[in-house]
Ligand binder design. Sequence first.
Ligand SMILES: Nc1ncnc2c1ncn2[C@@H]1O[C@H](COP(=O)(O)OP(=O)(O)O)[C@@H](O)[C@H]1O
Ligand SMILES: O=P(O)(O)OC[C@H](O)CO
Length: 506
Amino acid sequence: MNNAVSEGLVLAVDQGTTSTRALLVDADCRVVTAAQVEHRQHFPRPGWVEHDADEIWANTRTVIADALDRAGCGPAELAAVGITNQRETVVVWDRRSGRSIHRAIVWQDTRTEQSCRQLAGPAGPDRYRSRTGLPLSTYVSAPKIRWILDHVPGAREAAERGDLAAGTIDSWLVWNLTGGVDGGLHVTDVTNASRTMLMDLATVDWDADLAAELGVPLGVLPDIRASSGVVAHGHRDGPLPGVPVGGILGDQQAALFGQARFAPGEAKGTYGTGAFVLLNTGSDPVPSKHGLITTVAYQCHGHDPVYALEGSIAVTGALVQWLRDNLGIIQRAEEVEVLARQVDDNGGVYVVPAFSGLFAPHWRPDARGTIVGLTRYADRRHLARAALEATALQIGDVLEAMRTDTGLDLRELPVDGGMAANDLLLQIQADQLGIPVVRPENVETTAMGAAYAAGLAVGIWSDLDTLRRRWRAGARFPPTRDLTWRLEQRDTWRAAVSRSLNWTGR
Ligand SMILES: Nc1ncnc2c1ncn2[C@@H]1O[C@H](COP(=O)(O)OP(=O)(O)O)[C@@H](O)[C@H]1O
Ligand SMILES: O=P(O)(O)OC[C@H](O)CO
């Protein structure tokens, strides 16, 4: 083993929307090595987004092997592995063949819009909110599982016979890591389960009535476990033989954990494919009246769950990808900053990236992407700037909802995620919010959260305070604009958002 590597290595697997990463973290919370592989995005119809679950498992094996190789060590030197994952995305697989029976339906996919509307009925999308913390929307897992069971020939009967397993990506990975068809463990954690619309937030257990109403047989679902605690060990024939699986968390909860936001009132914002603000609300689930989600933040084995309020935004980095892949106005994501810096303002252009409808705080599946304010003056530089502003303005909307729901004024916003590498975005964000935005020294917060959860479970770190002391600020972006400017921006943004509504189902 490489001499520079200290004792007590923890592996974090971060299975995100665009890529799968593995990071090796040492007991001093330093990232020793990292490996990353992107997977294919399938868009078979407008609004549909799919991933190949078998490809994701193959990529997971690859990045684990690469991260270990680069460190010159083997699985025997690992104290634990922690898994974190894109949430809500569902896999349904055959317990006997070990193969998924349909491509994974991704959290951004809108195919269940009609069935969500029917399920909501006259009660509306908040029908199950008090029990689950979630609006009935295309975002959550249950309607996606139901869709697969109803559309793959023979699937519902196979599910009733007990031949199928379903779950979010974490449960697919843990099942495979622990043996798959050879006795793999079918589990998930409380944070992932809280995104399915099948878990009761108060009992942190599946709700049989809900499962029946939403058409998901309880028998296909995994057991729910704490986020930090050893659930199993890697299978002898898998990539991590004998390694304790000590942490499982949804990626946004993992980022909150990795940012060491363990106290009520602390929040973080993560900018990836979408963007997600989570506010730790402590031991009580706080209901939202302003379009936020109530969710489980984490649970350490033997302790009560900790809850959070969340503002989930479907499209932020995905808009940058769209500028790159669909319009070709940039070649690489980071070029959006170079382009946007060439102009002082957006030239009157606003982009509302409602590619999957609008999530928090609006929850409008009928919205679609809209560009307003175009004149002959506008060019790709203004579009690039408007794309970054759209991210910041959407975050502004969810923070305002948080303030209204809780009465809490954040003093600053710690941020992370792939898009947080963009300094211009973070400056625009600080200007839009009127509070400083802080990027930590270690921006690998999602993977760190999974590593922390796993390391805590096996005693690499003794407690949360030890982890909190490791957090270091990297770059700080103080606001430079006044209130009048902010209010004007918000007014124009609201007008743009209103133009994106009522597009489908007219
Ligand atoms: N410098 C940048 N400026 C703007 N967007 C960026 C930049 N770097 C990456 N992105 C965007 O961030 C996303 C990748 O971030 P990441 O946190 O890895 O995403 P995920 O976890 O959703 O897979 C992509 O959508 C990409 O377009
Ligand atoms: O994988 P990310 O970072 O795009 O996060 C996706 C979220 O978990 C969806 O809820």
